[in-house]
Design a protein around this ligand. Structure first.
Ligand SMILES: [Fe+2]
Length: 247
């Protein structure tokens, strides 16, 4: 099971590395300021979807068999620690010059809405052990991506104090990923039907994360904002129009 998830993770990383946004980060001509603008848009999206994935995650954990006390305690503690990470993303977004008002008042972008929707659909309809597959994508991807990007950003001169979200996740998510792997191994032997659910939930979540979110962030700041979803500035030429509540 772990081998299968690892090979899916390897594929996800290969796809990520083919993305325009990823190549942009490694481009010799890309400046620290441009990287910071892109990261600001990524952090904004984390701030937007994270409360929804957290609430849906708690809901899914709550549907696990009530006989599994140790599993429930462990996953709830982990999810509770994750709960404040949206706040870390918001802190870095603001440190990078992002507009608080935009972040707090804007409706979810399509990519963030899709992430929230997939998590709630899994939470309400899927076999709850599937949680471990989706959560593994969250933790393992962040650990692997952050470990690659921290040295690059250091080399590029990106201000490390403004990207604590990435610096902290490079080490934190290694531990979290190990924890989730531990429970996947335990659960799959005792509940064989959980295997298919974990793989399904990994794939459901991967359909909307990370590439659609990162593409939207990249487009918002560096290509052509679609639907004016950029959030970096409150005023000036890049000022985003509020996303209309009613059209
Ligand atoms: Fe984590």
């Amino acid at each position: 099971m772990i081998d299968e998830l690892q090979s899916r993770m390897d594929r996800v990383l290969r796809e990520v590395e083919q993305e325009e946004s990823w190549k942009f980060l490694y481009e010799p001509t890309t400046t620290a300021a441009e990287i910071e603008q892109f990261l600001s848009e990524v952090f904004l999206r984390v701030f937007w979807y994270q409360p929804h994935t957290t609430e849906a995650g708690f809901h899914m954990i709550g549907r696990l068999p009530k006989t599994e006390g140790r599993l429930l305690r462990s996953l709830l503690t982990h999810k509770a620690e994750e709960a404040e990470h949206g706040g870390w993303a918001f802190r870095d977004y603001v440190a990078l010059g992002g507009c608080e008002k935009t972040a707090c008042e804007r409706k979810l972008t399509p990519a963030c809405f899709a992430v929230a929707a997939v998590w709630w659909q899994m939470a309400e309809k899927e076999e709850p052990f599937g949680y471990l597959g989706a959560e593994y994508l969250f933790e393992e991807l962040t650990a692997r991506v952050c470990a690659k990007l921290v040295p690059l950003f250091h080399e590029k001169g990106v201000c490390s104090e403004k990207i604590g979200f990435i610096v902290e996740h490079a080490t934190e998510d290694l531990k979290h990923s190990k924890l989730i792997r531990h429970w996947i191994s335990k659960v799959e032997t005792r509940f064989p039907h959980s295997r298919a659910a974990m793989l399904r939930c990994f794939d459901y979540f991967n359909h909307v994360y990370p590439i659609p979110v990162w593409r939207e962030a990249y487009d918002a700041v560096l290509v052509q904002p679609k639907g004016d979803f950029g959030g970096l500035a409150c005023s000036g030429p890049k000022a985003p129009a509020p996303y209309p509540e009613h059209i």
